[in-house]
Design a protein around this ligand. Structure first.
Ligand code: MCN
Length: 762
């Protein structure tokens, strides 16, 4: 019986539940010193001076450095420099200007960790305040203060030409709705904050332990920042306590810790506080979107336009590039005759924006799903019907959209209908009618979101790739090396399942290793929900190639022709066809020389998972309180290899997506001071606020990998946010409420109800 598709328990968990993980913070390096960052308390200012002399004299202080000490190091280059002004690089420690509250300005290095914070108080930085740019809507306008005068404006990148938008796009539409909506800035807030430990060998080589999503990418980023050859850097990935897109590559702080270790010729380490994490780690989302949707009164959508202002924060990181993904996915699963999208990324005096679970695609889904509901409200057609009418019909050959995405396969209407059936949509609408008629102060809302997303993207020539090595040992065990880098996704379990299936070696005898660049020099890491479809496929391919390799050895061993041998996974042995007694175990073939295959799996392209989320909310019209009653989802990620893990990914993603819908928001005041720098101010969803999710099954295999698998890791944050947001608004639709910005917090809900009532009364 195949192990694939079964609910194998996570092999990672016994260790996590007993002895616990070993995180970067847990490592002890003999002779280590501790780095503490002095951060800018002001959003935009010229640095007149930074005096570290008093700090240098404080107890336990070994050294203190400012930006001037690192002046010979290159600036952190923007991603995709061809589209983003190269004038906007970030120094590892601020030099002449600070551009956001939390920007590292200096470091103190101490014998003990606790001494750093006290010594940092003694660093005397003199700032000349500059006007702060906080509102992205105004950042690109003439007259706004400019973060990088050399660049000429705050516009870091543009996507599409606003002048080329068609005046007649909505001509002939019976109904046109236009609205500006906010996809608010959120903090990834992983349980484990950022950290680093660094040590230089006598050979001049750097070893750095950093929680990350791909050691190889972290190595490249660090080498660039430190001006080193990649061969001179080894990255080791300890356990990682969540990353959510924000631990890809490396941040300036990581490079500074390595630099300090070299400067002092002793191991250096750093773990940030929660407060530092909330202001220093890249944030996510942060788009202002203007949607215009038009079509016929019967609910047929004919035209759609999306205009985006992306808040990239103070330095262009991946966030500046996010609109490219949002635009690529902007029509979602719909067949819209005419659609266009433009965007610009602007710099503001706020924490830089980066990737956050879904990175650009949740924003696309949120926009089009909000637009669909606005259109449904205006036409009076049921939101489910509007969607059904406009979804692309089922297709199994790749479908190319007007925005250049090539959807591998899709069956969107079936996903919608399956979700509606699982939710009991008609009954819910009846309950809603009854409660509206009764004037119940707590109203029922039903929200929908249909989505398609891109997983496993990659611009590599020949398609996205990943490598895997599989080795069978003489004791009957096996080892897998992978270029992916799990941090909660359970690759150790699933990669072992994939190899076990081919080799007949039990899962508990297979060890999966990753995240040490000396062991696995190449790899794409984990992000964009790429791992199973590329890394998992590579493991399967390597295991199959290993059987081919072993067949020749077995033939020699059994003095038979390779063609006469059959591999029996039940026994993990080769036998001569028709003579099961003439057999040799796979493990025996590893006795004389290593039995090992390294392979590279190359996919024809990314895959496009899809689904529908239905959210059911109780919304108190008197207090604005929202209770999430049910979330029902269909998430079609092709063939599922381990339903337990895939469901876990859906659960976590839905919780995060729902939290964006009605709870989370990074807020700055008008001067750029962060108001959400602790967990007391930045609420996230806990188990008490989420219902038991109802997950319906649907699997449309992709032909892009032999597993038939698409990605599942981000489905939850893509579908759940607009479904929950739409549910909150739907609860209040009969009162005249058409839109509430994210997050639909009690205050916003309460205000929307009051404003609608005032408008009605007027
Ligand atoms: N899987 C499966 N069948 C499928 C698809 C996936 O059994 N058809 C399983 C895979 O074997 C794997 C897991 O589900 O064990 C997720 O696989 P995949 O969709 O390939 O996604 P990745 O492993 O590449 O994970 C990346 C994704 C991203 S981009 C973010 S961000 C994210 C996420 O996963 N961050 C996470 N999930 C997270 N989960 C935790 N606990 N912590 C994070 O930081």
């Amino acid at each position: 019986m195949s192990i694939l598709g079964t609910r194998v328990l996570r092999t990672e968990d016994p260790r996590f539940l007993t002895t616990g993980g070993v995180y970067t913070e847990d490592l002890q390096l003999p002779g280590q010193c501790h780095v503490f960052f002095v951060r800018s308390p002001i959003a935009h200012a010229r640095i007149r001076s930074v005096d570290v002399s008093a700090a240098r004299a404080a107890p336990g202080v070994i050294a203190a450095y400012t930006g001037a000490d690192l002046a010979d190091l290159p600036l952190l280059a923007p991603p995709m420099p061809q589209m983003i002004s190269d004038q906007m690089g970030q120094p590892l420690l601020a030099r002449d200007v600070v551009r956001f509250v939390g920007e590292p300005v200096a470091v103190v290095v101490t014998e003990e960790a606790y001494q750093g914070e006290d010594a940092a108080e003694l660093v005397d930085a003199d700032y000349e305040p500059l006007p702060a740019v906080v509102d992205p809507a105004r950042a690109g306008e003439p007259g706004a203060a400019v973060l990088f005068p050399e660049a000429g404006s705050n516009v870091a990148a543009t996507f599409g030409d606003p002048a080329a938008l068609q005046d007649d796009l909505f001509d002939g539409c019976e109904v046109v709705v236009r609205r500006t909506i906010l996809n608010q800035r959120v903090a990834p807030a992983p349980m484990e904050t950022r950290a680093a430990a660094a040590e230089w060998g006598e050979d001049g080589r750097l070893t750095a332990w950093i929680p990350n999503q791909g050691a190889q990418g972290t190595r490249s980023a660090l080498a660039t920042m430190l001006g080193l050859d990649e061969a001179g850097v080894r990255i080791i990935t300890p356990d990682v306590g969540g990353a959510f897109g924000a631990k890809f590559g490396a941040d300036p702080e990581h490079a500074v810790v390595c630099w300090v270790a070299r400067q002092l010729d002793r191991p250096a380490r750093w773990t940030e506080t929660r407060n530092e994490n909330l202001i220093g780690m890249t944030h996510g989302r942060a788009q202002i979107q203007t949607v215009t949707i038009g079509g016929r009164r019967d609910g047929t959508v004919e035209a759609y336009r999306l205009e985006i202002v992306q808040d990239a924060g103070a330095y262009p990181r991946f966030g500046a590039f996010l609109p490219a993904l949002t635009i690529m996915m902007c029509p979602g699963p719909y067949a819209i005759g005419r659609a266009e999208a433009v965007a610009r990324s602007v710099m503001t005096n706020t924490t830089p924006v980066g990737a956050y679970r879904g990175a650009g695609r949740p924003e696309a889904t949120a926009a089009v799903e909000r637009a669909m509901d606005l259109f449904a409200a205006e036409t009076g057609v049921d939101p489910a019907e509007v969607r059904r009418k406009n979804l692309l019909p089922k297709f199994s050959e790749p479908h190319t959209t007007a925005f250049g995405a090539v959807y591998d396969s899709g069956d969107y209407v079936t996903a919608l209908d399956a979700a509606l059936a699982a939710a009991g949509y008609q009954e819910l609408r009846q309950e809603q009618d009854l409660r509206r008629a009764a004037g119940d102060p707590v109203q029922l809302g039903i929200g929908l979101a249909c989505y398609v997303e891109i997983t496993g993207p990659g611009a590599e020539a020949g398609g996205p790739k990943e490598n895997a090595t599989v080795e069978v040992h003489a004791d009957g065990s096996a080892t897998i090396l992978t270029g992916t880098s799990p941090h909660g996704q359970g690759h150790a379990t699933v990669w072992a399942m994939l190899a076990s299936e081919e080799l007949g070696i039990p899962v508990d005898k297979i060890t999966v290793k990753w995240g040490d660049t000396d062991l696995v020099p190449e790899g794409g890491g984990t992000g964009g929900s790429r791992s199973l479809q590329q890394g998992g496929a590579a493991v399967q391919q390597a295991a199959r190639e290993l059987i081919d390799l072993a067949r020749d050895r077995a033939a020699a061993h059994l003095e038979a022709s390779p063609a006469d041998l059959v591999f029996d996974p039940e026994r993990s042995a080769f036998a001569v066809a028709g003579d099961p007694d003439a057999a040799v175990p796979l493990a025996r073939l590893a006795e004389t020389s290593r039995l090992l295959v390294r392979t590279i799996f190359s996919a024809p392209g990314p895959t496009f998972p899809f689904g529908t989320h239905v959210a059911v909310t109780d919304v108190d019209t008197e207090t604005g309180k929202v209770v999430l009653r049910r979330v029902i989802t269909v998430d079609d990620a092709g063939t599922v290899i381990n339903p337990l893990l895939a469901e876990g990914q859906r659960h976590g993603g839905i919780a995060q997506g729902a939290a964006q819908a009605f709870l989370e928001e990074v807020i700055y005041d008008a001067d750029g001071n962060p108001l959400t720098a602790t967990f007391a101010d930045y609420p996230f969803l806990s188990a008490t606020e989420v219902p038991s999710f109802e997950l319906a099954d649907m699997a449309t295999p992709t032909s892009y990998n032999p597993l038939g698998a698409k990605g599942i890791g981000e489905a939850g944050t893509i579908g759940a946010t607009p479904a929950v947001q739409n549910a909150v608004i739907d609860a209040l639709a009969h009162l005249g409420v058409r839109h509430i910005d994210l997050p639909a917090s009690p205050q916003r809900v309460w205000r929307a109800v009051r404003e609608a009532a005032a408008e009605k009364g007027a």
